[in-house]
Design a binder for this molecule. Structure first.
Ligand code: AMP
Length: 215
C-alpha cells in the first residue's frame, strides 16, 4: 500500500498516519518530522531548514525530495509507505512520481482529509508533542492523562514553534497557494479519494480503512 495523506496543517494527517502504521505495519514518512529531527540534531540540512520552518514557509523542493528519495529506498518501505506532509508542491508531486518509477513502484492512493479551515487554528494551537518520543496530543481533543506529560514515555509535552498563531496564518496561506492544487493533480490522474476530516478520529480512520479495502 503506497499512499499519500493530503490535507492542510491540523487536518489530522499525522494522527491518521500513526493509526495506519498500527493497522498495516508500514512506515509513516513525515517530512515535517524528519526535518524537525534534523533541526534538533543541528545537521547542516536542519540548520538551513530551521528559518523556513519557523516562519511557516516551505523548505526547498530539492531538500525534501532528497530526503524522501533516500527514505523510500530503505528496506522497511518494501511493503508500502504512508507519506504525511509530502508532496506539498506540484514539482514535489512530479518528483515523487519520478522517484517511484525509478524504484519500479507507483502510488496506489492519495487520501485527502477535507476540513473546515476555520477550525484549524484551534486544532493547531492546542497541539502538543512529546519532546522525547514525538507522540502527539491535543489539550482539548486528545489530552494526556497528566497535564504536559506523555502517556507513553513520561516525556515533557511541548508546543511546536510553528503552532503559534502568527505562523499558523502563514502556513495556511502557503497551503492554499502551493499545496491545495495537488488535489486537482491527483484527481486528474484518478488517485484522489476524499474523507470528511471533521469527523471523530475513529470515524476518519474508518473512512480511510473503507477506501483502502475497496482498492
Ligand atoms: P509539518 O510537520 O508537515 O506541518 O511540517 C512542518 C514544516 O516542515 C513545514 O511548515 C515546512 O516548513 C516543512 N516541511 C515539511 N514537509 C515539507 C514539504 N513536503 N515541503 C516543504 N517543506 C516541508
Amino acid at each position: 500500500m503506497n499512499m499519500v495523506l493530503l490535507g492542510p496543517p491540523g487536518a489530522g494527517k499525522g494522527t491518521q498516519a500513526a493509526r495506519l502504521v498500527e493497522n498495516f505495519g508500514i512506515p509513516q514518512i513525515s517530512t515535517g518530522e524528519m526535518l524537525r529531527a534534523a533541526v534538533r540534531e543541528s545537521t547542516p540540512m536542519g540548520l538551513r531548514a530551521k528559518a523556513f520552518m519557523d516562519s511557516g514557509a516551505l523548505v526547498t523542493d530539492e531538500v525534501v525530495v532528497g530526503i524522501v528519495r533516500e527514505r523510500l529506498q530503505l528496506e522497511d518501505c518494501s511493503n508500502g509507505f504512508i507519506l504525511d506532509g509530502f508532496p506539498r508542491t506540484l514539482p514535489q508531486a512530479d518528483s515523487l512520481t519520478g522517484v517511484l518509477v525509478g524504484l519500479g513502484r507507483k502510488l496506489d492512493v492519495v487520501v485527502s482529509l477535507q476540513v473546515d479551515t476555520d477550525s484549524l487554528v484551534e486544532r493547531l494551537t492546542g497541539r502538543r508533542t512529546c519532546r522525547d518520543c514525538s507522540l502527539g496530543f491535543h489539550i482539548r481533543f486528545d489530552p494526556p492523562a497528566v497535564a504536559n506529560v506523555c502517556n507513553s514515555c513520561g516525556g515533557e509535552l511541548v508546543q511546536r514553534e510553528d503552532d503559534k498563531e502568527d505562523t499558523i496564518r502563514n502556513r495556511m496561506e502557503v497551503y492554499h497557494m502551493q499545496t491545495a492544487p495537488l488535489e486537482d493533480y491527483y484527481r486528474k490522474n484518478g488517485l484522489l479519494k476524499t474523507v470528511d476530516g471533521m469527523a471523530s478520529i475513529d470515524s476518519v480512520q474508518g473512512q480511510i480503512l473503507d477506501i483502502l479495502q475497496a482498492i
